[in-house]
Ligand binder design. Structure first.
Ligand SMILES: Cc1cc2nc3c(=O)[nH]c(=O)nc-3n(C[C@H](O)[C@H](O)[C@H](O)COP(=O)(O)OP(=O)(O)OC[C@H]3O[C@@H](n4cnc5c(N)ncnc54)[C@H](O)[C@@H]3O)c2cc1C
Length: 381
């Protein structure tokens, strides 16, 4: 066992770190205030191939392993969690259902376009269906060689920019997960529209929207997997996505630690830097220790995925621990900044808001614990 990144992984990390420093960090605050991500930043992200991170080379992607992917995600999140989530949703829950379950013809047509930067979104959640995704109500009615989609999807990350939407919808009249199908729906499908952009607490550079489906027709060839496979496809995609959220939280947490450490050595009270006060030192020690523990869990989950082994429990453990550790780190970073941590001039105020959602999306902390308990009880009881 060793803990070093290999040459390729190190190269990717350094490349993304430089990119983030030059292109994202200088505008991260402005994007948070305006809720807009400049088009030219998205173009630069495309040009660097980040939208093809997960995609096999034969489809024009970079085909990085999951550890490299995690390292890249951490670096992006350290600069802007909003930019990071655009890239990760596309590369995980946007990519995987098509790559894993699309027909060969669909993959050849769509994956190179996605890898080149035609962005993907993932539409499972609805107003009434969150943690209990199997209760979703959007319908897919078969008519000849087409399906007609009706319903409304909430919380769609990338919704305003996406060229492709992975949509879960059910056979009319079905009541459980076995009636759910998955589809790839192109943006220009008549009947698909953006109904509302959410005004969020954090991740404000990222667009989160409501998507309405009103008689949207998709060819049967755009169904992913067999009829009734949709729920399994969605849940498997989320397993992988959770590793990405763990690394995203780590990136925000590391930004908190770095900001707190620097601030604590320049801010003087009682005649010395506050970082020299044992209480503040202890806070910094705990932040660093917990984030390192979280990183090891995230690396283990990523490694298992790369080995082709089961990683459901480990991904859930990584997500719940990393997101909660990063939440505590953000809280401590604000505390260490005192009143300055409570105003927008200081980045820790943004980190504190951004990190909060990592405990909610792609499965809440409560749902991760249900998954971990289910797996442990199956193994041990
Ligand atoms: C910024 C953002 C981006 C998102 N992006 C996407 C996206 O791209 N695509 C998409 O499909 N969805 C997306 N989501 C939706 C996200 O996945 C859901 O918000 C999440 O799954 C929780 O669902 P909910 O909000 O309906 O909460 P609920 O499921 O209503 O949960 C409310 C509370 O009850 C708890 N709870 C629920 N069931 C149980 C249980 N059995 N045991 C214990 N506690 C329970 C939850 O943990 C939570 O604390 C996004 C959400 C946000 C905020």
């Amino acid at each position: 066992m060793h803990f070093d990144l290999n040459e390729n992984q190190t190269m990717f990390r350094d490349m993304v770190r430089d990119f983030a420093k030059q292109e994202i960090m200088p505008i991260a605050h402005q994007m948070d205030v305006t809720r807009e991500m400049p088009d030219d930043l998205v173009e630069k992200i495309k040009a660097n191939g980040f939208f093809g991170l997960s995609f096999p080379e034969e489809y024009g992607g970079l085909d990085v392993d999951t550890i490299t992917y995690g390292v890249v995600v951490e670096e992006l999140a350290r600069a802007s969690a909003g930019v990071c989530i655009m890239v990760t949703v596309h590369n995980s829950v946007g990519y995987y259902p098509v790559a894993g379950f699309g027909s060969e013809e669909l993959k050849r047509e769509i994956l190179p376009r996605m890898a080149a930067g035609e962005i993907a979104a993932f539409c499972v959640s609805e107003a009434g269906a969150g943690s209990d995704a199997a209760s979703l109500r959007a319908t897919a009615r078969k008519e000849g060689e087409e399906y007609v989609l009706d319903g409304s999807k909430m919380w769609v990350t990338n919704g305003t920019r996406a060229a492709f939407f992975v949509v879960l919808a059910r056979n009319p009249g079905s009541t459980d997960h076995r009636g759910i199908h998955a589809f790839l729906v192109p943006r220009d499908t008549p009947g698909l529209s953006v109904a509302k952009k959410e005004d969020k607490m954090g991740l404000r550079a990222s667009d989160t929207v409501v998507i309405d489906l009103d008689g949207a027709r998709v060819p049967a060839a755009n169904r992913l997997g067999d009829e009734g496979d949709g729920f399994r496809i969605g849940m498997t995609a989320l397993d992988g996505g959770r590793i990405g959220v763990a690394f995203q939280a780590l990136g925000i947490g590391r930004a908190c630690l770095e900001a707190a450490a620097k601030y604590s050595m320049v801010r003087e009270q009682f005649g010395k830097p506050i970082g020299r006060q044992p209480v503040i030192g202890n806070m910094i020690a705990d932040m660093g220790t917990e984030l390192d523990a979280a990183r090891l869990l995230a690396f283990r989950a990523a490694w298992l995925k790369d080995q082709g082994r089961r990683f459901t429990k480990e991904a859930a453990m990584a997500k719940v621990f990393a997101t909660e550790a990063a939440g505590r780190a953000a809280d401590a970073a604000v505390q260490i900044h005192g009143g300055y941590g409570y105003v927008k001039e200081y980045d820790v105020e943004r980190y504190y808001r951004d990190v909060r959602v990592t405990r909610i999306y792609e499965g809440t902390s409560e749902i991760q614990r249900l998954v971990i308990a289910r797996e442990l009880l199956r193994e041990l009881a």
